[in-house]
Design a protein around this ligand. Structure first.
Ligand SMILES: [Zn+2]
Length: 254
């Protein structure tokens, strides 16, 4: 998870288990404005085999639909699904297996992601293949539910998607603004708060130096504009970033 950072440093903030694994959450974001029901990420979803769950250490059943129901949201009420990228731990809940067929979990939603991410997901290489499971996204094209975008797009009023090459070519972050406050959903650009120090970059990133360059631009802006920051793979889920004596700090916001 921390690339070139030695374990003696990272295990102080993120202890590993006996298999050298660290605990990561899979967070999804629900955005409602009275008209649109927008879901960012769908988690690992219900289609993983027992072997995949074992290999990836996915514990417990998916909770997304129950969490949505607890907030009064039925799957057919979701109008837009945003995947920051198409890795299985972000897009697995896009679809479900219904007997022989794989169907969209959110039947009336458009599913939006970057065109470059789509292209890389449907033609993976030897290094990237293990992260992309075609059943998470290919059936959406057949069902006519895809909305591919390029670069920076305001997909709905106040919801901005920005391609940030680093984790993959087509990873995008999400910014939600009501005109006063901005929420920044980091995606795997910075999976958790321990990725605030500039060199702490996951070895999964395909373009780590691009991640580094983007952090140098985005972190100062997040501080200056007092963004509320949400990490994809972390608990606590929301907080603000400050800089003290050259170090970035994260303070949880309830
Ligand atoms: Zn991820």
């Amino acid at each position: 998870m921390f690339g070139v950072v030695p374990k003696v440093l990272w295990e102080k903030v993120k202890p590993a288990d006996e298999l050298n694994r660290v605990a990561m959450d899979m967070n999804c974001l629900l955005i409602r404005d009275g008209e649109h029901v927008v879901l960012v990420e769908t988690g690992a979803g219900p289609k993983l085999s027992d072997k995949q769950k074992r290999n990836f250490g996915v514990d417990g059943p998916p909770r997304l639909l129950a969490e949505l129901a607890a907030r009064g949201v039925r799957p057919d009420e979701v109008t837009l699904v945003i995947n920051t990228h198409l890795h299985f731990d972000h897009a697995g809940g896009n679809t479900f297996r219904d007997d022989e067929k794989v169907r969209a979990t959110f039947p009336r939603a458009s599913y939006v992601f970057q065109r470059l991410e789509w292209l890389d997901a449907i033609s993976p290489n030897e290094r990237t293949r293990g992260s992309y499971l075609p059943d998470d996204f290919a059936p959406l094209e057949a069902a006519g539910r895809l909305e591919l975008i390029d670069e920076a797009v305001e997909i709905l009023p106040g919801i901005r998607l920005d391609r940030i090459q680093g984790h993959t070519r087509g990873t995008q972050t999400v910014r939600v603004s009501d005109g006063r406050d901005t929420l920044f959903f980091s995606s795997d650009f910075m999976p958790d708060r321990h990725h605030l120090p500039l060199p702490w970059i996951p070895s999964q990133d395909l373009f780590p130096l691009d991640t580094l360059a983007a952090k140098k631009v985005i972190l100062p802006r997040a501080i200056q504009e007092k963004w509320l920051v949400a990490f994809t793979h972390d608990v606590p889920r929301f907080g603000r970033i400050t800089e003290e004596e050259g170090r970035y700090r994260f303070t949880e916001v309830e």
